[in-house]
Ligand binder design. Structure first.
Ligand SMILES: [Zn+2]
Ligand SMILES: [Zn+2]
Length: 143
C-alpha cells in the first residue's frame, strides 16, 4: 500500500493494462479507438498519466510505460486474473468470470488480492492468461 497505486482511476487502470498487453508503443488513437473515446479524451488521459510518471509519451510515436506504470499495470492484470480464477471455482465459465470481475475488480485492494492468491496456492494460470507473480507480494515467505 506504499506506492500509491490506489490513486489510479479505474479508467486509467484499464489504459495502463491495455498498454502493457500491447507490448510496445501505443498511439493515442489506438487507445481512443479501443475504448470508444474521442481522440482528445485519449490525448488528455495520456498527458495526465505522463505527468503522473506512469508513461513516456512521444507525439506521433506513442506511449510506453515507465517502470512505475508497468508495476501498476502488472498488478492490475494480476488482480483481474486472480479474481477471475476465484470465480471460476464457483461455477463461472471463463467468459462469465472475466465479465463479472470487470464489474468490481478496481475496488479490490492489493492486500485482498494477495490473500486470495495465497489461499489459492499462488496459481500460475488463470482462465484468461498467465499470472505473473510479484516479488515481495506473492512471493512472501511463511512466518
Ligand atoms: Zn479475464
Ligand atoms: Zn500469489
Amino acid at each position: 500500500m506504499q506506492s500509491g497505486e490506489e490513486e489510479v482511476s479505474p479508467r486509467k487502470a484499464e489504459y495502463l493494462k491495455y498498454i502493457l498487453e500491447s507490448e510496445g508503443c501505443v498511439k493515442t488513437t489506438d487507445i481512443a479507438h479501443n475504448f470508444g473515446i474521442s481522440p482528445s479524451t485519449g490525448t488528455k488521459a495520456i498527458r495526465e498519466m505522463a505527468e503522473a510518471g506512469l508513461l513516456f509519451h512521444t507525439p506521433y510515436a506513442g506511449a510506453i510505460l515507465t517502470e512505475k506504470g508497468e508495476h501498476i499495470a502488472q498488478f492490475i492484470q494480476r488482480r483481474h486474473r486472480i479474481l477471475a480464477l476465484l470465480l471460476s471455482h464457483y461455477g463461472f465459465t471463463p467468459g462469465e468470470a472475466c465479465a463479472e470481475v470487470k464489474r468490481f475488480e478496481h475496488h479490490v485492494s492489493r492486500d485482498a488480492v494477495n490473500r486470495i492468491c495465497a489461499s489459492l496456492g499462488h496459481p500460475m494460470m488463470s482462465v484468461c492468461g498467465r499470472i505473473k507473480h510479484e516479488e515481495g507480494c506473492c512471493i512472501e515467505s511463511t512466518e
